[in-house]
Design a protein around this ligand. Structure first.
Ligand code: ADP
Ligand code: ZN
Length: 435
């Protein structure tokens, strides 16, 4: 087999993938009978594990939601006794009970394998030096990438989040070649490189960047690549599905292969919950088929995306997800119009005069709701010609209005002036009056 593949399952044909999925789905559903939560659910609709005969029978299984995780907090969905679990990860719980995901030793090994497979796919090898700028602890981007990178055999630098000057020192001193960062932090790294007079192409050995955890547009990716002189690959995951390693771009950079030997993927209409045809946008629903501690069946992720039609030139037949449009709960409803922040980002990134950081503020003025979009000017764009800046603002406003059907107020602000969040970027501030 080609050394391009880390696991034989990567080279499976569609029929091999589906045969393995059916076998694993059956085993998972039987195993779920050990969970009080699933047993009660199945009993209430008279579903028995032997009723799952084909992959189409998946739709006989009820959906699982974040609310189910909250209602059964902390250990209520577990399918194994707690003594068999070796780690838990928990979400922040800002809007109610936090959620908990349990892992057995085997779950953690499989997760590390999935992450190693992703990193290998984009060309990481044991000779590489991998620096992780994610927070460690409960945030799965820390330990998730750590164990995956170690499994692959790279020299790992668990720098963790923040302290940008120290990150840059490590890049230089350890000759870091691969970095994992959320996109907004990748932009921040570049900002501080500029301040410090560091030219990444001249002074550093960076080659590959793994970016994920937040929605970002294709243009943002290209800009980050251009700024840092790297190839940047989109990485998708969520704590409920272990963390990173769920879906990842290959070198073709044309969508994220979702590992179908680990997950069964469905895209459903979020209102009717009926499947949408391949190629149409809907809510991503995932079923874990190789987890022991806490399998999740038909989990509604709330992420909106679509399956990309066609084959990938890399030779993998695992389906590809389009970049995420956002979560259904990220949608802004302003004056009755539905807007996703990524639509605004896509327009802004068309302008070479702009940097990648922006902030959308929703406000009520004189009983009218409105939107202000602040966006940083690029560090390369110096212009003290007031009229030119005004023309630029006007053009951005016009293009945004065409896209979102609402006229925002656009404010151009200096490079580096929008406050940076500790973790994932905060792109929207809602200060509207609640009636
Ligand atoms: P939290 O729920 O606190 O954000 P997670 O780390 O579990 O914690 O976040 C997972 C979510 O992050 C996903 O459901 C998705 O909305 C978002 N996400 C993760 N990776 C990407 C990506 N590559 N592109 C867009 N959004 C992403
Ligand atoms: Zn591919």
């Amino acid at each position: 087999m080609s050394t391009e593949f880390y696991n034989p399952e990567e080279a499976y044909s569609r029929s091999e993938i589906e045969a393995l999925q059916l076998e694993r789905l059956k085993a998972t559903v039987s195993h779920c009978m050990n969970s009080g939560f699933y047993k009660a659910r199945f009993d209430s609709i008279g579903l028995r594990p032997q009723d799952i005969r084909t992959l189409d029978d998946l739709n006989r299984i009820p959906f699982t939601t974040k609310q189910d995780l909250r209602d059964t907090y902390p250990f209520g969905i577990a399918s194994v006794p707690l003594k068999d679990c070796t780690r838990l990860h928990s979400s922040s719980g800002t809007t109610g009970n936090p959620t908990v995901i349990l892992h057995t030793k085997k779950d953690l090994e499989q997760w590390a394998n999935a992450v190693a497979r992703c990193l290998w796919m984009v060309g990481c090898r044991p000779e590489d030096v991998f620096q992780n700028t994610s927070g460690y602890g409960m945030f799965t981007g820390g330990l998730g990438f750590q164990y995956g990178a170690e499994k692959l055999g790279m020299l790992t630098v668990p720098a963790a989040a923040g302290n940008t000057l120290r990150q840059l020192k490590f890049f230089k001193d350890f000759r870091t070649t691969v970095v994992h960062a959320i996109p907004s932090y990748a932009a921040r790294l570049y900002e501080v490189m500029c301040e410090q007079g560091i030219d990444p192409r001249r002074d550093l050995a960076l080659r590959t960047l793994v970016i994920g955890a937040e929605p970002h547009s294709e243009d943002t990716r290209r800009r980050i690549e251009e700024m840092l002189g790297v190839k940047a690959y989109n990485s998708f995951g969520m704590s409920e599905m272990c963390g990173p390693g769920v879906a990842f771009e290959c070198k073709e950079q044309n969508g994220l292969h979702i590992w179908e030997d680990y997950y069964i993927v469905e895209i459903v209409d979020p209102q009717t919950l009926e499947p949408v045809p391949d190629g149409e946008v809907g809510e991503l629903v995932l079923t874990t088929i190789n987890r022991e501690a806490m399998p999740l069946l038909r989990y509604r992720t709330r992420d909106l995306t679509r399956i990309l039609p066609g084959e990938c030139a890399c030779g993998r037949h695992h389906k590809r997800l389009d970049r995420m449009k956002g979560r259904s709960d990220d949608m802004i409803i302003l004056k009755g119009v539905n807007i996703f922040p990524i639509q605004i980002e896509q327009i802004l990134m068309q302008f070479q005069e702009l940097a990648t950081d922006y902030l959308i503020t929703l406000q009520t003025l004189d009983d009218n709701d409105g939107m202000t979009v602040e966006v940083e000017l690029s560090e390369r764009f110096f212009n003290d010609d007031y009229a030119a800046l005004q023309r630029l603002e006007k053009e951005i406003t016009r293009q945004l209005r065409d896209e979102i059907l609402i006229t925002p107020k656009v404010r151009l602000v200096p490079f580096g002036s929008i406050p940076k969040a500790e973790g994932k970027a905060v792109r929207v501030k809602d200060l509207r009056k609640q009636y």
